[in-house]
Design a protein around this ligand. Structure first.
Ligand code: UDP
Length: 237
């Protein structure tokens, strides 16, 4: 498979067309940003880790019946994926209060939520990705009611699968962000990434944060935390 024109460059990834119709190559970068691009830096080895962690988890989800854009990993930082039109929503699933939820609702970080919280944010960097509900989504035509219903049930199922799986390697899944897309043939699939950039992972024994909050909050050991997640999921070989 040959890379052709770059079609998108985001904060952490580049996306290329290929010589095969309907297939894109995603290339993960070490660049890191936080607070809507106000904080910038680089996390050595992050691209390779996020690529491999994402692919590992996407394949696990596929086995459990969740359709994804994943096709095959090409090398440490690059993966072939199905071309999709991304639905402009960040789908956030939360089991434990942290980050913006803790701030918005005045909850102490670490408070166990009585039931899973599902949130949607409109993907608009210029507006700071505002929180929207199903009536906003319908009114703006961001997704159909049918798509939103599938997105919601997939998101909750993904939370159950990933929480149980991560628990086995001593990681508590606090919250995470998903993105979905629609393929050329109209199938709704999980897209984007599932990595320490897009999830909050806390060590179940020590509570140590093993995710991007180490970068956001200048906690140190950023590279080590990303490596720790990869090692626990993919082994130390
Ligand atoms: N998240 C993300 N991209 C975003 C915003 C949030 O991947 O643009 C993830 C984040 O890593 C966390 C979850 O979504 O796992 C919830 O994030 P929150 O709303 O608490 O925002 P934050 O406090 O990170 O600004």
């Amino acid at each position: 498979m040959q890379k052709r024109k770059m079609v998108y460059e985001g904060k952490a990834k580049r996306v290329y067309e290929t010589d095969q119709d309907g297939i894109y190559i995603v290339s993960y970068k070490d660049d890191a940003t936080a607070f809507n691009g106000q904080k910038r830096g680089s996390i050595l080895g992050k691209g390779a880790i996020n690529n491999q962690v994402t692919n590992h988890l996407m394949q696990l989800l596929e086995k459990e019946g969740i359709p994804t854009h994943f096709i095959e990993q090409l090398n440490d930082t690059e993966t072939a994926v199905r071309r999709v039109r991304i639905i402009p929503l960040e789908v956030i699933v939360r089991s434990i209060a942290a980050g913006s939820l803790a701030t918005r609702l005045g909850l102490e970080e670490g408070t166990v939520l009585k039931s899973t919280v599902l949130e949607f944010c409109f993907k608009r960097d210029d507006l700071g990705d505002p929180l929207v509900n199903s009536s906003h989504i319908r009114a703006l035509g961001l997704a159909t009611d049918e798509q939103l219903s599938f997105i919601s049930s997939y998101a909750l199922k993904i939370n159950s699968i990933l929480s149980a799986y991560l628990q086995e390697v001593g990681i508590a899944l606090i919250d995470f962000k998903l993105e979905f897309g629609v393929t050329d043939s109209g199938q709704l699939v999980l897209a984007d990434e599932i990595s320490p950039d897009t999830c909050r992972f806390w060590d179940t024994k020590t509570g140590k944060k093993l995710d991007k909050d180490r970068f956001r909050r200048d906690l140190g050991d950023v590279e080590e935390a990303y490596q720790e997640v990869m090692h626990r999921l993919l082994g130390r070989a």
